[in-house]
Write a protein that binds this ligand. Structure first.
Ligand code: DMJ
Length: 484
């Protein structure tokens, strides 16, 4: 990707019609109120957005990230090894897919992160567990989307970094079981659940993300096995929904797998649509499929025309009626924060910057982003934080596209706030209320695959990562760019 000095970006802003967005032109910290957590007696926030690197520079921050990862991994191994998720406050554990049936989710999610950090003993320990224990012959319904992005993606990235064919074989076995959700559907849109042993499918009421977040996992598997059936199934599911776009080039987010009929009227860039758009761009980026690029171009134009909402000089994307273009809601999920990085990756650096600036105003206010906000007031609509990676994800991809230090500084604050608020007895935990700092007792699998990796790659000069040619999936799994 091309480096763009700040001056060029300012030039672009006029052309993009965003010159009036104050947070964009100057990329300055936005006005901040004291973090509410401070009022409620939580440890004080680490301060303003732009944080200079500490003595020792970014390299030292990267080392700190690596040390935290190693420490959290040891806790997980000692207290919860093989279970899907550690409960880091109590030291217990819980399963993600099937109650009472561990699938080693954390192990699979962590593998490529451990390898990129050169934590080779830990990586080998994880691979050993996978080879000795992981089986997909389980008589229970699995959510196809989550199983794909987390388990299939985790195995594929571990294969990509290690070349260990046992991991590819496991990935293929899993994908064959998931594929039934596509092939049993009359439209090709996958059912939400499939029983991995029996192939029984259920829940045809689905949504865009669970329809169109497969092409990079399935496509990589096709590439590495030479069997196109995985790629074809993922692409077909995309096409069914794309072909049904409204006259506004928008897609409602709720759809029925058996009929292909829309089940609501509303278009959003947040969940449960988000990664549908991400994978159109990613599929083009990874496989050079021109159809996907054309579909991305058309739908992005629809989003920019109909959903752009500038409030107080900040760029947001409203939820709108896909059939009339009328605005429906001015709330925004934190999960949508990834969109700034995606815009930058796809070449719209000005809008990518502007959107990340908007979320930076939220980080300035709360320290840790709440799960949802009303963007006219920046007040939370949902006060928890599920240890989310999207803001760091956006910072990382904007940094890759621009090499502007401001994104490292923002990611640094994100990292310090996470350490300040989420670090606990046996790892890192979710917050149930960012305004008080109240903790839950749960560490999601994606934490191992996403923010730890984004921090490591943005602060370090990772020897095992190709900074010029790479691909990280929606779950942060690396399918391109590992330097073995
Ligand atoms: C992750 O599983 C992925 O990033 C997914 O695309 C959306 N949500 C979570 C993290 O918040």
């Amino acid at each position: 990707m091309r480096d763009l000095p700040r001056r060029s970006v300012l030039g672009l802003l006029g052309a993009a019609g965003l010159a009036g967005v104050p947070g964009v032109a100057a990329a300055q910290p936005s006005p901040s109120a004291p973090p509410p957590g401070a009022e409620a007696g939580a440890a004080p926030s680490v301060g303003a957005t732009a944080l200079a690197p500490p003595p020792g520079g970014w390299r030292r921050v990267a080392e700190d990230v690596r040390n935290e990862t190693r420490w959290a991994w040891r806790s997980y191994v000692e207290r919860a090894f093989g279970h899907d998720q550690i409960k880091p406050v109590s030291g217990g554990h819980e399963e993600f897919f099937v109650p009472g049936h561990p699938m080693g989710l954390t192990v699979v999610e962590a593998l490529d992160t451990l390898w990129l950090m050169e934590l080779d003993a830990e990586f080998a320990e994880g691979v050993r567990w996978v080879k000795a224990n992981l089986s997909f012959d389980v008589d229970a319904p699995f959510q196809v989307f989550e199983t794909n992005i987390r388990m299939l993606g985790g195995l594929l990235s571990a294969y990509h970094v290690s070349g260990d064919s046992a991991l590819l074989n496991l990935a293929r076995d899993l994908a064959d079981r998931l594929l039934v959700a596509f092939t049993k559907s009359p439209t090709g849109i996958p059912y939400r659940y499939v029983n991995l042993r029996t192939g029984a499918v259920s829940s045809p009421e689905t949504n865009l993300a669970e329809t169109g977040t497969y092409i990079t996992e399935f496509g990589s598997l096709s590439k590495w096995t030479g069997d196109r059936k995985y790629y074809n199934a993922a692409k077909k599911a995309f096409k069914v929904t794309f072909d049904k776009r409204t006259a506004y080039d928008l897609l409602p987010w709720d759809v029925h797998a058996e009929t292909g009929a829309w089940r609501n009227r509303y278009a959003t860039i947040g969940p449960p649509a988000d990664s549908y758009y991400e994978y159109l761009w990613d599929g083009w980026h990874l496989f050079g499929d021109r159809d996907l690029k054309r579909w991305w171009d058309i739908l992005l134009r629809g989003i920019l025309r109909n959903q752009t909402d500038i409030v107080g000089g900040r760029l947001w994307f409203a939820q709108v009626d896909a059939f009339t273009g009328r605005r429906d809601s001015r709330t925004q999920s934190e999960l949508a924060a990834f969109f700034g990085g995606l815009l930058a990756e796809s070449g719209d650096i000005a809008r990518g910057r502007a959107y990340h600036d908007s979320w930076t105003a939220v980080q300035d206010r709360y320290g840790v982003l709440p799960e949802g906000i009303n963007y006219t007031s920046l007040r939370p609509t949902s006060v928890g934080n599920q240890l989310r990676p999207e803001y760091a994800d956006g910072a990382f991809f904007l940094w890759l596209a621009t090499r502007d230090e401001v994104y490292r500084e923002r990611a640094y604050r994100h990292y310090l706030e996470m350490k300040r608020t989420s670090k606990t007895n046996y790892g890192y935990t979710i917050l149930t209320d960012v305004t008080t700092g109240a903790k839950g007792d749960f560490c999601p699998g994606y934490w191992w695959s996403e923010q730890l990796k984004y921090y490591w790659l943005i602060f370090g000069d990772a020897r095992r990562f190709d900074y010029t040619s790479h691909y990280l999936s929606t779950e942060g799994n690396i399918f391109l760019g590992a330097r073995r």
